[in-house]
Design a protein around this ligand. Sequence first.
Ligand SMILES: NC(=O)c1ccc[n+]([C@@H]2O[C@H](COP(=O)([O-])OP(=O)(O)OC[C@H]3O[C@@H](n4cnc5c(N)ncnc54)[C@H](O)[C@@H]3O)[C@@H](O)[C@H]2O)c1
Length: 129
Amino acid sequence: MTLNGKVELVTGAAQGIGRGIALRLAKDGADIAIVDINAEKMAEVAVAIEGLGQKATTFKADVGNRAEVYAAVEHAEKTLGGLNIMVNNAGIAQVDPIAEHRELRRGQARRPVLGAWPRETATLQHLVI
Ligand SMILES: NC(=O)c1ccc[n+]([C@@H]2O[C@H](COP(=O)([O-])OP(=O)(O)OC[C@H]3O[C@@H](n4cnc5c(N)ncnc54)[C@H](O)[C@@H]3O)[C@@H](O)[C@H]2O)c1
């Protein structure tokens, strides 16, 4: 598969699965907009992507904050010249027994789940036009 000339935005790409997705798609030729709440780790991923010969940009945003999500999409488009692919990865993976952390799980899940709506809407405006 080639993604030459494509611009991809990956949320939660500072580490873990999102980082892996960002690097994999950079290897396939995409330029990557990294969006996360962890600025330090995002910078490390950007260096790795640039080492693969692709452009990378970082934007610190909480996917549960509508204004920050819109700003992230705007930043990606302006910095990398467009936006073609969106990976809504950011979230929290809690693997403890649910019976022990039921209240914590509800609270943690709330922001990323609610964040999906503005994230997708903000992106669609750019993908459709
Ligand atoms: N690891 C698993 O076994 C597993 C299983 C099922 C689903 N998932 C889902 O896959 C996704 C990635 O999982 P992972 O294991 O790589 O997690 P991880 O904790 O290693 O990485 C999550 C990344 O998302 C970022 N992030 C968290 N909340 C954010 C927010 N509100 N706004 C912006 N960035 C935020 C973190 O800073 C981090 O860089 C999550 O949505 C998780 O729920 C993971």
